[in-house]
Design a binder for this molecule. Sequence first.
Ligand SMILES: Cc1ncc(COP(=O)(O)O)c(C=O)c1O
Length: 353
Amino acid sequence: MENKTIIPHSRPSLDDKEICALQNVITSGQLAQGPQVQAFEEELGLYHGLSPGVATSSGTAALHLALLSLGVGPGDEVLLPSYVCSAPLHAVYHSGANPVLVDVDPTTGNMDPDDLKKRLTPRSKVIIVVHIFGLPANLHEILGLGLPVIEDCAQALGAKLGNEKVGTLGNVAIYSFYGTKIITTGEGGMLLSHDAAILEKIRDLRDYDKRDSFAVRFNYKMTDIQAAVGRSQLEKLEKFLNHREKLARAYGENFAPLPCILPSSYPGRIYYRYVISVEQNVSNLIQKLARENVQAARPVYRPLHRHLNLEGYPGAEVAWNSHFSLPIYPSLAPEEVQRICQALRRLFDNDSQ
Ligand SMILES: Cc1ncc(COP(=O)(O)O)c(C=O)c1O
């Protein structure tokens, strides 16, 4: 009999621990930024071997503050990959700078350092490097160019480049705890840095209250409600990452015979998304799987050069036209994994007939 329950593309993994954390924070009477936020900042910093981070209301707010902390403003150019959600582009425009889109490697989806070099100008101020889908970008080559780097780790919490965690190599790193992310607070973000002066500037800009001098600042604070959930999620991070890897292995075994390219098993990567490359029309495949009650998706809704009507991004075009993302998260039940595998195999079988 057909199974009617829809398997969503993303779903948070929450249990009694988060409910208990929420109960405690609500009975404490301290809902706005307070001790929970401070502890979450310390714990995420500690996880990276860094000093406490600065929690924010979202990853986009964190990106905006990261740009401002590096002195980005009108007249500057900020380089960023074309193949990513529009959050980094919004942050660049909010800073007043001009975005310069960079093409990506169509297989990995990460920024292509050769294309990046071609787009540098005397006005280039900062590079936003995204570790897309949990796969570390070619950061060492990019850092070698000598420009300040913001590591966008929204999709890569816990990933490693060699022995180093992503987020510890650039000038400043940002994280997102949106509902689809590796750990979630519903909405939320964090900044980390080795540089105490950068952290101080970000902390100063994050909120405006009780200041002796006036400057234009923001209300980009996280609440203690969110941080309490985030702390509980962070405790489970290694378990979550291992679970995602186990799911990726199961998919790999199931899909090996299919005519598609499976994600790279690059050491140190994490599986935020399970993205396969297909030759078929991606929209058709998504619709066909939806008929089986499995939600698949394009992992990037629309590349940024398409938003800006720009030409000259062949890598991002290939990635966008071939990438197809399947549900992968710890709260997937074994029977759901089985249904996804069967549905995808059926879809390729029918296609080959
Ligand atoms: C790579 C990347 N950067 C930044 C963001 C922005 O984070 P938020 O949604 O928390 O604003 C996201 C997505 O949510 C993302 O995937």
